[in-house]
Design a protein. Structure first.
Lengths: 223, 328
């Protein structure tokens, strides 16, 4: 019989930032859809052939997204502060606490991420490194922070394109910034889908650690 | 406090020694495995202190019963920790939901719940602090093809007779009654051209070329009543200007309010030409406002009235839930 122990995994600040971010990002995406609806020009396609339009009519109707531009802007420009603040707290905490060491990818991460992906697709049977975050996680969790920074910057460029004309220019122009802002949001949704799938796969002990901070491990294990 | 947080067991009560079932993540990860392994027997076995003072603790071999007891205790602690966390999480969800509900059920102020309106106002104050007239919108002259896009015909329903049209200016220095100006009076002022990206609040934008007069030149020619009553000095005492400008279509069905800083921006024009031709009716003939520091909704077409104002002028779309300022 192995000896069990509770091992502290996620610090309190990171857990709060993580969970607070969830509804904040949801509100930002929701109000963002209200805004986007007013000029919904993006699609996947080539030339005159459209594979997928963002978004189909039924999507707006089903979710009640039509005709809320003013409200969407009001909510977006209210919650943007909390979204940004929570992100700053998270980044500063990870830097000051040293947690960034587990989160930032290193030169092995990319190779490792490929192994993790192959492993998850059942194409690689070898063992994976037992660390707090593997290479794929490090890349994912660092990317999502960079995406957050991207959303703030592209958002600012759309919000004040004349006063921050330099920023809009760096981002490729006003419409480019809007395009980037949109695709970053699609990126969050994609991240969310994979994240949820991975959390379900990883199981209760892993999920519980994001709530309680502790995971249950066999003593001496490295993970 | 829940029962589990009491130190039921001296070992489990968070003692700093490796005997605690709760290991700090850092301690666990900085400790080489050998050390954990070496400590394991000590932690597993019971520690018996000798009867006499100063007697060294004697370590016994672990036995399955004790291991089971230990694991059972770890599981119980884990459960209570989890329970506590979920209770706190549940309370946070309830608090968040209550806040959300509160935000949704406040009185409306200009078509949006008042806390959101206050947030828009705070954003406005920050934006006005940051605003500088010297920050210009990029000029696309010769760099981008000119576009032509029209949206909105509020206040343009009636036909317009450009010859008979007069611009009424209210709030001029030493002039209690409005002054009526013809288009030629405006055309006499220095002509300025710019090719800027017109931005609609809906999200689209279009590069268009405009010709007209700077609002600052217009103000110099037809100076408003200053707050102090002194002669107008835009350069040296802009704060003495009336803080707002209101504009409306001749039929007054569409009206906008503008802050004076935005009107002092060198790209804020009273325009009479678009893309090299006189304004068409749908673009707001004979005279319209064009400024890249505001969304299109503030770029009033077919100006009938310009009013200098100490109070914040009414704004058509701000009454419908939009931000009053919407500065870009």
């Amino acid at each position: 019989m192995p000896r069990l122990e509770m091992r502290a995994k996620h610090p309190l600040a990171i857990r709060w930032c993580h969970w607070i971010n969830f509804p904040l990002l949801a509100v930002m995406i929701w109000s963002g859809l209200w805004i986007y609806w007013a000029n919904d020009v993006y699609r996947i396609g080539a030339g005159s052939h459209t594979l997928f339009k963002f978004f189909p009519e039924g999507f707006y109707t089903a979710l009640g997204l039509k005709g809320h531009l003013a409200e969407g802007m009001a909510w977006h420009f209210f919650f943007m502060w909390f979204f940004a603040l929570n992100g700053f707290v998270y980044v500063f905490y990870t830097i000051l606490s040293g947690e960034w060491r587990y989160l930032v990818p290193n030169r092995h991460s990319f190779r490792e991420a490929i192994l993790v992906t192959l492993h998850d697709l059942h194409l690689y049977k070898g063992g994976l490194p037992a660390r707090k975050f593997n290479g794929a996680q490090q890349i994912a969790y660092t990317s999502i922070i960079l995406m957050g920074c991207g959303s703030l910057l592209t958002g600012l460029a759309i919000y004040k394109p004349t006063q921050f004309a330099w920023l809009a220019k760096v981002l490729g122009g006003y419409q480019a910034a809007r395009f980037e802002h949109f695709w970053l949001t699609i990126g969050y949704v994609a991240f969310f889908a994979i994240h949820i799938a991975q959390v379900v796969r990883a199981g209760w002990n892993n999920f519980r650690a994001m709530v309680s901070g502790y995971e249950l491990v066999e003593e001496g294990s490295r993970e | 406090m829940s029962e589990s947080s009491k130190p039921k067991n001296p070992v489990a009560a968070g003692s700093p020694t490796p005997e605690s079932p709760v290991q700090g993540a850092k301690a666990a990860e900085t400790q080489p495995p050998e050390r954990i392994a070496a400590n394991a027997p000590a932690a597993l076995g019971s520690v018996e202190t000798g009867a006499g003072l100063g007697a060294a603790p004697k370590i016994t071999e672990p036995n399955p019963n004790e291991l089971a007891r230990w694991n059972d205790q770890v599981l119980r602690r884990m459960r209570s920790q989890t329970r506590r966390s979920f209770v706190v999480g549940g309370a946070a969800i309830l608090a968040g939901w209550a806040g959300w509900h509160w935000l949704h059920t406040r009185r409306e102020d200009g078509g949006v719940s008042w806390p959101l309106r206050r947030a828009l106002d705070v954003n406005e104050q920050l934006a006005r602090d940051y605003f500088r007239s010297k920050r210009l919108a990029p000029d696309f002259h010769g760099k981008a093809p000119l576009e032509d896009r029209v949206n909105g015909d509020l206040g343009l329903e009636d036909p317009i007779d450009v010859e008979a049209w007069r611009l009424s200016v209210e709030g001029l220095a030493g002039r209690p009654e409005p002054l009526n100006l013809a288009l030629d009076d405006i055309r006499k002022l220095p002509r300025v051209e710019m090719t800027t990206e017109f931005k609609c609040i809906e999200g689209w934008s279009a590069v268009m070329q405009w010709a007209g007069v700077r609002f600052t030149d217009f103000m110099a020619a037809y100076p408003p009543q200053t707050q102090s009553g002194d002669p107008l000095d835009i350069e040296n005492s802009p704060e003495d200007l009336p803080p707002y400008v209101g504009m409306a279509t001749p039929d007054s069905t569409y009206y906008v309010g503008l802050d004076m800083e935005s009107m002092l921006h060198p790209q804020s024009l009273l325009a009479y030409e678009i893309n090299g031709a006189p304004l068409s009716d749908e673009h707001g003939a004979p005279l319209r406002l064009v400024t890249p520091v505001k969304y299109g909704v503030k770029n009033l077409k077919r100006i009938g009235t310009i009013r200098y104002s100490r109070a914040r002028p009414a704004d058509y779309w701000a009454e419908e839930g939009y931000d009053w300022y919407i500065g870009l």
